[in-house]
Design a protein around this ligand. Structure first.
Ligand code: GDP
Ligand code: MG
Length: 321
């Protein structure tokens, strides 16, 4: 695997710091700057399998797309999961109970995608760390969440068990903050693109089956506005629906004891529970195959790498103060 995690956006004493050179190295790369940008990110609490999930996403991406570090990569390898005993590489995962960094971590390799409509796109993958944990203040959490939302065309919110009311409130808060700080409040189109709730250790498959379909039904049930809802619950739901072009949900099973608990586990797929493995193999292509990708727009403007560089730095500077 060619590439490494780059902690480009960092929180230090509640202040945003970013590595301008590293950011420009990705967005202004000669193969990226003129392509339409696709930006995929994951947010959510610590130690819930975010980086682990992205590691398998990277396996899919390297088997299907060229990248700036592998411009001549052999593509469309159906055996993208690789061998059962290959340790998982990619974003640093399973970092014990102590978190190390707070911020946004970018994969240093950018994938080069030819979209079905003939457009050329470049795909950036980003992980995040430090969100919702006990040491990060609510204000810092909102900043990271908002920044990620501003940059992303496909945002994944990784949650364990169920979607709770406070997750929705949090999402509303972060999107409001994002819209407000960047003056996107008065726009007629929805400000953000795709958003997926990824539920881990889903324990209710009898009512809502694992995967995308079950997730859609579950999310519909969560987001529906009911007559008896107090005004606050109604407005959260309406707000979220009006902020994203597409809201989806996917329900993943418990991965099995080795994945969840074994401290020597190296990420290979051999010991995964069969249900989990099957759902992972279905979900990742649903997220990352070429017909499902969405390019990034800001205020209705299509972002190229070069334009995104300008906008992102503008956002980062706003968040610095
Ligand atoms: P992150 O902090 O959210 O990025 O979490 P990591 O990806 O570092 O994973 C933390 C731990 O959770 C590791 O030991 C993984 O093996 C384990 N893990 C990965 N996926 C799952 C899952 O779906 N459910 C559970 N219970 N554990 C998982
Ligand atoms: Mg992580």
């Amino acid at each position: 695997m060619s590439g490494e995690p780059l902690n480009i956006v960092r929180f230090v004493n509640s202040k945003v710091e970013y590595d301008k050179g590293a950011l420009e190295g990705l967005l202004l790369h000669p193969d990226v700057k003129d392509r339409k940008l696709i930006f995929i990110s994951i947010v959510g609490a610590f130690r819930r399998g975010k980086s682990f999930f992205l590691g398998y996403c990277l396996r899919y991406l390297y088997a299907h797309y060229k990248s700036i570090k592998n411009p001549h990569n052999l593509i469309n390898n159906p055996n993208w999961m690789g061998a059962a005993d290959t340790p998982l590489q990619g974003f640093t995962w399973r970092s014990g109970t102590q978190r190390d960094t707070t911020g946004i971590i970018f994969w240093s390799d950018v994938f080069l995608v030819d979209l079905p409509n003939g457009e050329k796109a470049a795909m950036i993958i980003a992980d995040s760390q430090g969100l919702f944990d006990t040491e990060t203040s609510t204000a810092d959490n909102s900043k990271i969440f908002s920044l990620v939302t501003l940059m992303t065309s496909m945002e994944i919110l990784n949650l364990q068990g169920i979607i709770q009311e406070d997750h929705l409130q949090y999402l509303q808060f972060a999107t409001e903050y994002a819209k407000f700080t960047t003056n996107q409040s008065g726009q007629s189109q929805k400000p953000f693109q795709n958003f997926m709730f990824l539920i881990r250790d889903w324990s209710n498959p009898d009512e809502y089956p694992f995967g995308y379909e079950g997730g859609r039904k579950y999310l519909d049930e969560i987001l529906v506005v009911k007559p008896h809802h107090p005004a606050e619950l109604k407005s959260v739901r309406e707000y979220i629906k009006s902020s994203f072009d597409k809201l989806t949900c996917s329900l993943l099973p418990y991965p099995g004891k080795t994945v969840a608990r074994d401290s020597n586990y190296d990420g290979r797929w051999a010991p995964m529970d069969e249900d989990f493995l099957n759902e992972l193999k279905l979900l990742i292509p649903k997220l990352l195959s070429v017909e499902h990708l969405t390019t990034k727009k800001i205020n209705g403007i299509d972002m190229t790498g070069a334009l995104a560089n300008e906008y992102f730095q503008q956002f980062l500077n706003i968040f610095q103060s």
